[in-house]
Design a protein around this ligand. Structure first.
Ligand SMILES: [Zn+2]
Length: 205
């Protein structure tokens, strides 16, 4: 398996944290990642596991981990992240958490918890935007914009959370985008579009 250790020539994005650490460790090799209904679009692969499936561009590198980014994911918690970086940097991920059913947790609190964990792991979260709600299938998705502050640069991101009763999990989908890492002051105008595209490509039950 090919391994790339040099993440970027630009140390502005020497990303340390759970959100930002990207080990570019080869491609999807497991044969059981394919759904048997329909086919992903040309140039896309389909990841299936842990209560969801999502189509992603084959140009992106995938990484599965636990929430700390170190160990393997489990059914009760974990994340899968996809990233692509040349001049442009795009990263998105799906995070799942199974909480005991007698705990009445609402998606807003799950987002709060996420940002708390981000902060503890060293990621500087800047502004969190207004919480909004949208429908996805039978789910109510609570979502908001946010920024990651890195070396004086504000990287825009978007994240949403919902509870999937069928899989018994809280799911989160986030995306961050930098149009030009050599001019990181250029703020992405596409983050919402990108996030919505990934959301549309995700099925959770
Ligand atoms: Zn669902």
């Amino acid at each position: 398996m090919e391994q790339k250790t040099e993440l970027t020539r630009n140390n502005v994005f020497s990303m340390r944290s759970m959100l930002m650490v990207i080990a570019l460790v080869g491609a999807v090799t497991s044969g059981n990642l394919w759904l048997h209904q329909g086919n992903p679009p040309l140039g896309y692969s389909r990841y299936t596991g842990y209560g969801f499936s999502i189509d992603y561009s084959q140009l992106m590198t995938m990484r599965e981990s636990d929430l700390g980014g170190q160990g393997p994911p489990t059914d009760s918690a974990g994340m899968v992240q996809w990233s692509r970086q040349d001049k442009e940097l795009e990263q998105f991920g799906v995070i799942w958490i199974r909480l005991s059913s007698n705990v009445d947790v609402i998606p807003e609190r799950v987002l709060d918890r996420f940002f708390l964990e981000m902060g503890l792991s060293g990621t500087r979260i800047g502004e969190r935007g207004e919480l909004k709600i949208m429908a996805k299938d039978v789910h109510e998705v609570v979502y908001q914009t946010f920024t990651v502050e890195e070396s004086g640069i504000s990287i825009p991101g978007m994240i949403g959370s919902w509870y999937c009763r069928a899989s018994g999990k809280y799911l989160m989908l986030y995306a961050i985008h930098v149009p030009d890492i050599y001019h990181p002051e250029i703020i992405s105008q596409e983050i919402e579009t990108i996030w919505l595209r990934h959301l549309a490509a995700l099925t959770c039950h």
